[in-house]
Each structure stands twice: as structure tokens, then as C-alpha cells.
Design a protein around this ligand. Sequence first.
Ligand SMILES: Nc1ncnc2c1ncn2[C@@H]1O[C@H](COP(=O)(O)OP(=O)(O)O)[C@@H](O)[C@H]1O
Ligand SMILES: [Mg+2]
Length: 535
Amino acid sequence: MNNHKTAEELAKQHREISISQFFEKNRHLLGYDNKIKALLTIVKEAVDNALDATEDARILPEIYVKIEELSREKYKIIIKDNGPGIVKKQVSKIFGKLLYGSKFHRLKQSRGQQGIGISGCVLYSQLTTGEPTEIVSSTGEGKVHKYILKIDVDRNEPKIISEETFDNYDKWHGVQITFIAEGIYREHKQSVLEYLKETAISNPHAHIIFDSPHGRIEFHRGTDKLPPEPKEIKPHLYGVEVGILERMLQETRARALASFFVTEFSRVGKQTAEEICNKAGVDPKISPRKVEHHQVVELIEAIKETKLTRPPTDCLSPLGEELIINGLKKELNPEWAAAVSRSPTVYRGWPFQIEVGIAYGGSITEPKLMRFANRVPLLYQQGDCAITKAVTGIDWKRYGIHATQLPDEPVVIFVHMASVWVPFTSESKEAIANYPIIIKEIKLALQDCARKLSIYLSGIRKAQRIAEKKMIYERYAPDTAYALCELTNEKKEEIEKMILKLVEMRWGETEAGPQTEQPEIQEKEAENNGNREEA
Ligand SMILES: Nc1ncnc2c1ncn2[C@@H]1O[C@H](COP(=O)(O)OP(=O)(O)O)[C@@H](O)[C@H]1O
Ligand SMILES: [Mg+2]
């Protein structure tokens, strides 16, 4: 007897999968692989959104976070911001539908990308506790709206449980979200507390108050200046592939192929557009919708053979050296800090910029690597990240810094990648993919910064040696004076005074300053080394 099933029988099992069902089963992809991390992910998604929204609206962020233990492994998490708020009709979709957002279709440096973060929190909360999420929002002028909702997982649509409207007497604007979710609260190195602390470093313009289960922690502003507003840009032809080009040709409003290239892409002039069309043997005047499949393939080949202007890089909003140092000093209280901001450059047609900071000594007691993408701290998957690869690829000993793979000194190494599109290795956005050009840029910035630290360290090490020498001479001054007094019959006190004066003249204040010694590493040499390491 044949046990095989027919295609018809199997077909009965075929059905569409909603994106909510997919992530309900694969919640680890969104950062919910354990209960400790779950609390971090919820806070991170909401705080990242609050920072994006306030930055877009040009408001200095005031963020409030509260985590309260309701019962064993069950927490209430509140996040409140003073951003622009969300208009009434968008609230339910933003929180009740996965893959709904404002950032995916634009090319602009921001913390969020996919439109999956905050509804992911709603999904995780209802999955683990069965509780809905409460959202209170106002845009300042109109009323305050309160929603209590869940996600209808089968349809990936919001399921509103209740909806209320209040008068907005004090013209409050912003969003307040309350989740009830399963979790475990800890304060270790990948915790909510660490995330907020690193966020305060990379966003020194933010004021954050955190009411943790163990008490209140406040992160003060280091500056009242908002970061410069990142500009939105168009895609660059370097990165375009057949499928995307085909779709864009169908969707464009441009009437002719040449003007399609000029209007839809960044930095393509009329001449270049015509050059591409001619190389591909396609009429520049034809309607984009009429371009056939084989012509699209020819156009892609022609693009590869055409010299293109790089995309503009003023679309990025880096922190800048001054603010990196400000952030590191305000949160870590180091003895010394320096920073290096590289010039922007491009990977696969996307502009990006690398910044590095190093803080040394003071309250810092052990080595630590802090990774950031668009000002968001990355706390997991350190081993898989391009930043780690670059840091461990540096020969720290060349700079007088003890190291096995990472430096063994009391240093915090801060690395930030700002980009209109950060190439994360997964949806939970924990590590940056290993593009060689990104690793090379990080290495060059690290080398520059390490050189600065090496100058400082050789200064203090020389000062230490001198101080030790001085101490020995001072300690033996009475004995030496006594011996000389025996030999010369001069007064012992006078001789001792003279010895101490000589010691002071030789190794006194002026020579022991940490800035006196020159670096042992030549700029050129280290720069060459950087290129060689990359090759
Ligand atoms: N606190 C907030 N204030 C204003 N708008 C918000 C806030 N949180 C979320 N949003 C809006 O909701 C959208 C979806 O958020 P989210 O699911 O986190 O996706 P993403 O941040 O990746 O776009 C955002 O793109 C933004 O437009
Ligand atoms: Mg988000």
C-alpha cells in the first residue's frame, strides 16, 4: 500500500503567513531571545523612537523610563517622551501592525529603519502576559488620545480594546507607552542601565530619567545643542540592482528614461544619464515604463562602466569630536579623553562616517568597547561586528598600549558609525556587517586616536619614572649629606639643602609634565600600516 500524499492533499496545508505570526514564532529575531534581554529590547525600541522623533521635530529630548516589578518576572515598563506626538489616526497602525513606519522608504540617518520595533514590543507583551499596551499621545495643540490595544496576530492588524480623548490643558506633546511584559531585571553589562548610560554618551543633548526597580538614576545633558538635522537623500546608482531598477522604472513620474536617472538618483546629471542610455543602446527619450527586461540588464552593465560622482555626504549627522569627548567625560569621568571624526565616505553607494573616541583612567577601571550605529549603543553580538574586527585588528602594542586582543588598560573605546543605511547583520540590529571599507575606516580612526593616547601615556610614564628617581634622591639626601660632611667638614644641613635644591632643579615640576615627551610612532608609518592591514 502506497503511503505517499498527493499534491492535492498537501495543497490543503498551504496558507499565507502573516508577518505577526512569523515574528511570534521567531521573536529572537527581534531581540526577545531571553527575559533579561526582553526588557532591554522594549526600552531600547521606545527610547530610540523618542530620540528619532525629537530629533526630527527639533526638540531637546526629555525622556522618562520606568521599570516596575509587578510580580515574579512580570514588569510594567513606561516610556514617555516630549516629542511631536503621533496623529490620532496613525497610533493604532504604528503600535498594532508590524512593518509600519515612516523611516523605511526614506534615505535618512535615523535610529529606526524597518517599522517593526515598537509593534514588536506590543506583540511580545501580549504573547508573554496576555496584556494589551496603553498608548497616550498628543501633538500639543489638540486633545490627548489614549488607546489600549493588542495586535490581531492572524491578520497583522490592530485590535483596539478602548479609546479615550481628554482635554490637553497644559499643551503637552509627546508619547507615553505602558507595556506589561515578562522579563528579568538585571544591572550587568548588557542591561537597560548600560544601554541608557551609553545612550547618554552618544546623545549628550538628551536628558533621561530612569526609575529602575532599584531607584532613580538621572543622566544630565552635556549640551543644549541639538545634533545637526540629517538630510534625506536619494539612492545612488552604484548600489542599484536589476530588480530595484525594474521596479523604479515602473513607479517613476519621469516621462523619459534620461530624466528618470536625473530625478530618481543622487548626483546624476543629464550628460551622465544620456551616456548610460547610449552605452546600453537604449533611447534616452523613451518612456521608463517601456524599457524592456533585457534593456534593464544592459543599463545595469552600462552603469558599472560609467564614472559616477559620489553621493553627497552632508546628509550625515555625526557627533563630532567635541561632543564625543563631552559625552565620555560626563558619563565616565576619565582622566583623559580624545576623539577622531573621519571624513564621510561611501559603501555600496550609501554614505557613512566613522568616529572614534578613547577615554583613559580616572573612574574607568577596566577595558571596554562601546559600539554605536546612528548613536544607538549595540550591546549584543560583539563578536560578529565589523567594529570588533577593526579593534582587534589594531596592533595596540605599537602605541605603547598593553593588549591581548582588546587593550588591557583601563580604557573605553567608543566607535560610532553614522550612515543613511547601516548594514546590520539581523533585524534585531546588534552588529554591523563586515564590509572591508567600513573596517578600514574604523581602523584608520582608531590608529589616529591610539596615537593621541600613546603621546599621553608616554608622557605620564616618563613623569612616573622621574618622580621615582626624585623620590630616591630625596630619600638618600640626609645620608649623602652626612658622608659629604665627613669628607669636606662643611655643615651637613647646608649640604642637604643643596642636594635637595639640585634634585628640584634637575627633576622639578617643569620637566615632569606629561606633555613633554614626543610620540614614538611616526604619523606616516602608522598611516601606511593602516592601509597595509586592510589590503
Ligand atoms: N515616540 C514616538 N514619537 C513619534 N513618532 C513615533 C514614536 N514612536 C514611533 N513613532 C513613529 O512610528 C513609526 C514606527 O516605529 P517603529 O515600529 O519603532 O519603526 P521604526 O523606528 O523602525 O520606523 C516610526 O517610523 C515613527 O514614525
Ligand atoms: Mg523604532
